[in-house]
Design a protein around this ligand. Structure first.
Ligand code: B12
Length: 374
């Protein structure tokens, strides 16, 4: 089966008008498109970097701040500069973009501008017609990010056709791989972003990769939204790739193993893998697999103590994090989880964090634990 079309959407810098793009994202997903949403207030550099790493077909920009003429053109220019102009640019901004503006924008390389009154269906149809055909011969990748991004696409495409990809050999890996899992809404992405900040500060030349997952059904669209939560990870030393699970249960995608194998041999200091929000039965990381350490991130509001008996990852994780430990129930959660872990008689670590708080000492502790023991 052909892979879904992947596009990246974003709102420019100094612009918080995200309601239009949120609606448009949902429509694209309903039409079978995988949308990597970068969020609002995003710079040209952040958008282009993300588009290259995610190897998308096109970037959809929603602009209301009045700077559309310069901003769209700057995105097109930077893509050209980075030899990535096979990634196309389109977008809209309601009444803030006039027809005359659009003519100039198109002259500068923007593929299409959608005006107020266009139906959502029309925009989804445009994406299918313009970006739906398989890419045949691709230009040779010019940068390290581009090369990696193209290879990851090949792996995902091969997995869709159930072909084995040749990168699955993990003998020569150079990176430590840390797996993060836990229920949706526990704060995994925010926690990872804070850990990345600490890593970048401590290692001025270090590089890190993130492989992040969101759920999808085979052949259907998906919202890959983790980048929108990432602030510190918008950095040239961070390579991030968002993956849809494409029908596979358990928190990862059919292509994850091979993608992870490739990243682990690509000279990153760390590769972080984040699963989708998982349920009680999930054990996404296999024993003796490619992941060196596993972190289970929990929300203090998991329900009664009995619920803890059912969470399989509590037996398997190396580190358990109670995030949102500023919540009222956090102290009870810590005690209950501690008692649950004691039954395992393994040296599992339990750490309380407030990932949304800058310079949280719990996150510092987690960072030290991962760096020193991974
Ligand atoms: C909703 C809105 C808000 C909401 C935003 C909520 C949110 N989270 O998005 C609130 C109230 C918060 C707000 C705040 C502000 N707003 Co306001 N806002 C609007 C409003 C009314 C609608 C925009 C909208 O969402 N339209 C809905 C979309 C779906 O429809 P559309 O715009 O017609 O777009 C069509 C196509 O262009 C296409 N499209 C749009 N984007 C994209 C992207 C892609 C990829 C594609 C394919 C298609 C596409 O989709 C639609 C299809 O029909 C407009 C006025 C207007 N009527 O347009 C002002 C407007 C955009 N805001 C304006 C201003 C000035 C502001 C503020 C600065 C006001 C202030 N002084 O505080 C702040 C700035 C906030 C910020 N942080 O950036 C001005 C901008 C003027 C300018 N650029 O010159 C406008 C034009 C109002 C005006 N006439 O003055 N705003």
């Amino acid at each position: 089966m052909a892979s879904p079309i992947r596009i990246l959407t974003a709102v420019p810098i100094c612009d918080g008008h995200d309601s239009a793009i949120n609606t448009i994202n949902l429509e694209f997903i309903r039409h079978g498109i995988e949308v990597i949403y970068l969020g609002y207030h995003r710079s040209v550099g952040d958008i282009v970097r993300a588009a290259i790493q995610e190897d998308v077909r096109a970037i959809g920009i929603s602009s209301y701040n009045g700077g559309h003429m310069e901003f769209f053109a700057a995105v097109v220019d930077l893509l050209r500069k980075k030899d990535a102009d096979d990634i196309k640019v389109f977008g809209g901004g309601g009444g803030t973009i006039t027809h005359d503006d659009a003519t100039i924008m198109k002259r500068k390389g923007v593929e299409e501008v959608f005006f107020a009154g266009t139906s959502l269906e029309e925009m989804a149809k445009f994406v299918h017609q313009r970006y739906g055909k398989a890419r045949t011969k691709r230009p040779r990748p010019k940068t390290r990010d581009q090369e990696l991004a193209h290879k990851l696409t090949e792996i995902e495409d091969a997995a869709g056709k159930r072909k084995k990809h040749r990168t699955s050999n993990i003998e020569h890996r150079t990176s430590k791989v840390i797996g993060f899992t836990g229920p949706g809404g526990a704060g995994k992405t925010t926690l990872i972003d804070e850990l990345v900040l600490r890593f970048l500060n401590r290692n001025p030349k270090g590089r890190i990769a993130i492989l992040s997952h969101d759920p999808s059904v085979v052949g259907e669209g998906a919202l890959l939204g983790d980048r929108a939560t990432m602030i510190n990870s918008q950095d040239d030393r961070v390579f991030m790739r968002s993956m849809a699970t494409r029908g596979q249960a358990g928190g990862l995608s059919p292509a994850t193993h091979d993608c992870l194998a490739l990243l682990a041999q690509s000279n990153f200091d760390y590769v972080i893998i984040e699963t989708v929000g998982t349920g009680q039965e999930a054990m996404p990381f296999q024993k003796n697999g490619i992941v060196d350490r596993t972190v289970l991130v929990m929300n203090p509001d998991y329900g009664s103590r009995l619920q803890l008996q059912k969470i399989v990852m509590l037996d398997l994780a190396d580190i358990v994090v109670v995030n949102k430990s500023d919540l009222q129930r956090a102290r009870t959660a810590h005690t209950e989880i501690e008692q649950r872990l004691e039954q395992n008689r393994r040296s599992q670590q339990l750490i309380d964090t407030v990932a949304k708080r800058h310079r949280d000492p719990g996150v510092d502790k987690l960072f030290d634990l991962i760096c020193n023991r991974a």
